[in-house]
Each structure stands twice: as structure tokens, then as C-alpha cells.
Design a protein around this ligand. Structure first.
Ligand code: 4AD
Ligand code: MG
Length: 451
């Protein structure tokens, strides 16, 4: 091997070889006859020190993109270093002209977030992007190794799966089409598809159709919610990992599947991205002791009981019919020892139409939420109602549009169950990040979608 192709490939055997590296200058230190530059290429083991003799007249400052030709040698400190012989500047960069990040300086996430387009260049955020990418891969690998089939569910859909009315409606913005419609008096919201169409809030219902043939299926894609929540935990566009399993009859089986998924994916990630995750661990004081324990399980009623007997800790009311506030969720996790905690058997009135009633209590449904420390809900799931009549009775208004969903029960129906894991909420929990907007490259939230 005579040519070293990239910074990530440097090896001790390469000392003495001639190379060309391209990348962005991370920092510059001036000495009497040389300047030292840290050059970043952007992948995992991605930084190399370059020694540039002043006689080359290097015009480099942090952020500048360059190509350097030279020879690899061993520095007096025993590091592999590139001794530059030729340098080409692609694009200059300077803080005087507005570049927002100084080398080796730490900034508050709110500051970095003001520059979404430059944020990928900020060290800590580039680590986040690497962990996010690895997490996506590991999740696909996990499902694949367990025999699940990946199914693409549609983004354009006529159902509001969660029935919460927090949906984005889709209408065409095509001038010629609109003119025709006005002439033909077609309602705008039914213009293109002859029915109201929304951006999907969940792929679940379509995934259930696939589970009735492929047995174990999953989907991992964007979902959209028009919630007017400007909290540190809500996005208008987020990614969800959803799975459906046929012939699943007990909530305990679903609990096991979710717990195994989260533990296994986290362990693989800790192996794969140790350095990048470490960066967050130290600063955000997170630990992974929960990996070796069983996730505690509380029924909804038990959880309400615990909250009521600790009522002096809360600013928000405890109301059986209203569910938990964020402070309640976080309290419950701490109360159970700080591991992710399942809350099962929820009041039927609080949950969507598709959830199955509990066997011994028909005012409750066999549903679960998984609450994570510091974050609260990261997973929602349930057994699905597979009794045709019961299901039909629970969707009077939507029954026409969801005739196809009833058909799943009519023809060879089976008990099924499934769940959705909020991908960004998982990353928040994994890395101890405070705000969900710092877990996704380009966050969308109310009043913010210009970049
Ligand atoms: O609890 P949710 O609404 O469940 C469903 O959509 C089911 N249909 C999933 C299924 O069973 N296939 O959402 C699932 C998860 C939540 O637990 C949360 O982690 C995340 O999606 N989530 C959000 N993440 C970021 N921003 C938002 N606005 C979110 N809303 C839900
Ligand atoms: Mg939920």
C-alpha cells in the first residue's frame, strides 16, 4: 500500500510515505518557523496534525478548507504528523466575517442551534450526528438479526392513527390544478386524492396490514405532529421506530421485546461509538447501570397511587383521567430506581381506538408507555383489538375510511401487538441531552422551519 487515501486510514507503517489530505482546519498554533494545524476530515478517527513551514505562506484559520500534500513523519512527541510541502486553500473562513465557532471553545446548545446550517461543523454536534447514524444502523441490524422484515409505510395517508387531531393536512400548491378545481368546485382539501390527506403521525395501521402476512415487521421513518408544544421534548417532525408482531397475545411478551431491543441496541452502540458517546457521558453525567437490571413495571393505577402519596412534590395536579405530567413521569422513574420503567394497563378513555381491552377490566386497555430517566415517555405500545365487532364499535366516525383496517380482522385475523419508539427521545435518554432539538440535524418545531 503506497498511497494513504484518508486521514482515517493512517497507520504506523505509513511513516515516510507521501500523502495528500483534504479537510477543514480545526485549530491553528503559530510557532517561530512553522504553524501547526489540526485538520479534520469528518469521519471517526478523523484528526491529524499538520506541520506547515511558514515559508509556504499558509493562509489558514479555523474553518478553512484545504488540501495538503507532504510526507508523514513521527513528531518528537511520537505522534504521526504530516510535514506539508504544498498547500491549496479551497475556501477561507474567518470569525471576523461571522463564522460563529472559535477553535476548542465550548458553546451552549442554544447558541449553536442558532446556526443550524453550520452546526454540523461544531465538534460535539458532529459527534451527535455520528452516534445518530450508528444508532439507525444498529437498530436495522437488530431487527434484521431477529427475523423482522422492514416495511416502508406511507407518509401521505388518509388516517389519523392516534386520533388526536394533531395532523398536518396536505394540499397541492399547483396553480394550474387549483384553477381547474375552483372551476369544478372541488373542495381544496380533497383536491388531489379525492380525500383529505395528512402527513403520517404513525405508520402503525399500515404496518399491521403487513404483519398479517410477514409475522414480524418494523418501520423506521419520519412522522409528523402538529402539536402546539414548544417543550424540550417535542418536534413537529421526528423519526419513529415502529414494530408489529402477529400472534402476540400478552403484554409481557411486548415488554420483553422492547426491553431487549433497547438494551441490545445500546450495548452495540457503546461498542461502536465509544469515543463519541464518552464526550456526552462526562459532561451530562450519565451512567449505564440500567443495562444490567430488569426494567420495573407499574400499572397505571399503582403509579397514580404512588403520585398521590407523594403529592407534596408536584406543581401539577394528579388526576386519574388526565394521565401524567412530565414531572410525574420523571418522579416515577426515580421512584423505581432510575431504570427505564413500564407503565401498563391504561384507562381506555385516554388511549386511541385500536387498543385492546384488558381481559379482566374493560375500562382499561392493554397498553404500555416506557418512561426513561430525565426524559419521560420514549415508547408507546399496546395489544391491538382483534375482535371485529368491538373494533367496529370503537371507530364509528372513521369506520368508512378505515374499512380496510377492519378487513384485517375479517380475513384471517390474529392477535397482534406493537409499539413505537421515538428515535430522538431515545437519543436524548442515551446521551443525557437536555433538548430534543439537539438530537436531529434540522429540527422542526412551531414557528421554526425556515432552514
Ligand atoms: O405514543 P405515540 O403517539 O404512539 C404511536 O404513535 C403509536 N401508533 C406507535 C405504535 O404503537 N406503533 O408515539 C410513539 C413515540 C412516543 O413514545 C415518543 O417517544 C415519540 O413517539 N413522540 C415524539 N417524539 C418527538 N416529538 C413528538 N412530538 C413526539 N410525539 C411522540
Ligand atoms: Mg404516547
Amino acid at each position: 500500500r503506497n498511497v494513504v487515501t484518508g486521514i482515517e486510514n493512517i497507520h504506523n507503517n505509513d511513516i515516510g510515505k507521501e500523502v495528500e489530505f483534504k479537510g477543514w482546519v480545526k485549530s491553528v498554533r503559530k510557532h517561530k518557523e512553522n504553524i501547526f494545524v489540526d485538520l479534520s476530515y469528518g469521519i471517526v478517527k478523523d484528526k491529524v496534525q499538520i506541520l506547515i513551514p511558514l515559508k509556504l505562506n499558509p493562509q489558514v484559520s479555523p474553518g478553512t478548507s484545504i488540501a495538503v500534500k507532504g510526507r508523514l513523519h513521527l513528531s518528537p512527541r511520537g505522534q504521526i504528523e504530516l510535514l506539508a510541502e504544498r498547500i491549496k486553500v479551497f475556501g477561507k473562513c474567518s470569525m471576523e466575517e461571522g463564522y460563529p465557532f472559535a477553535p476548542r471553545k465550548t458553546y451552549a446548545p442554544e447558541y449553536v442551534r442558532q446556526y443550524l446550517h453550520l452546526r454540523p461543523r461544531y465538534n460535539k454536534f458532529s459527534s451527535l450526528l455520528k452516534v445518530r447514524s450508528a444508532a439507525e444502523l444498529v437498530i436495522h441490524e437488530y431487527f434484521n438479526s431477529e427475523g423482522y422484515i422492514s416495511v416502508h409505510t406511507p407518509i401521505l395517508t388518509s388516517n389519523d392513527c392516534e386520533g388526536a387531531g394533531e395532523i398536518f393536512k396536505v394540499i397541492p400548491d399547483n396553480e394550474a390544478l387549483l384553477t381547474d378545481m375552483v372551476r369544478e368546485k372541488v373542495p381544496l382539501h380533497e383536491a388531489f386524492f379525492n380525500t383529505k390527506v395528512f402527513l403520517s403521525v404513525s405508520g402503525q395501521l399500515h404496518l399491521e396490514a403487513a404483519a398479517h402476512s410477514l409475522h414480524k415487521v418494523y418501520t423506521f421513518g419520519p412522522t409528523f405532529r402538529a402539536e402546539n408544544s414548544k417543550t424540550r421534548l417535542h418536534l413537529s417532525e421526528f423519526y419513529m421506530v415502529e414494530s408489529e408482531i402477529a400472534f402476540l397475545e400478552k403484554l409481557e411478551e411486548l415488554i420483553q421485546i422492547i426491553e431487549e431491543l433497547i438494551k441490545s441496541v445500546t450495548k452495540s452502540l457503546l461498542n461502536r461509538c465509544e469515543d463519541d458517546i464518552q464526550l456526552f457521558c462526562t459532561e451530562n453525567k450519565i451512567s449505564f447501570t440500567w443495562l444490567d437490571k430488569n426494567f420495573p413495571i407499574l400499572t397505571y393505577s399503582e403509579a397514580i397511587g404512588i403520585l398521590k402519596s407523594n403529592r407534596e412534590n408536584f406543581k401539577t395536579d394528579i388526576d386519574y383521567n388526565k394521565g401524567f405530567s412530565k414531572e410525574h413521569e420523571i418522579f416515577l422513574v426515580n421512584y423505581c430506581g432510575g431504570s427505564p420503567t413500564f407503565i401498563i394497563n391504561w384507562p381506555k378513555v385516554m388511549k386511541p381506538f385500536y387498543m385492546k381491552e384488558c381481559e379482566d377490566e374493560d375500562t382499561e386497555v392493554a397498553a404500555l408507555d416506557l418512561l426513561a430517566p430525565g426524559v419521560g415517555e420514549i415508547v408507546g405500545g399496546s395489544l391491538r383489538e382483534n375482535n371485529y365487532i368491538k373494533l367496529k364499535n370503537r371507530l364509528p366516525k372513521l369506520s368508512e375510511q378505515l374499512e380496510w383496517y377492519l378487513d384485517l380482522r375479517k380475513y384471517g385475523g390474529v392477535p397482534t401487538g406493537g409499539f413505537g419508539l421515538g428515535f430522538e427521545r431515545y437519543l436524548l435518554f442515551l446521551l443525557g441531552i437536555n433538548n430534543i432539538k439537539d438530537t436531529i440535524p434540522f429540527p422542526r418545531w412551531p414557528h421554526n422551519c425556515s432552514l
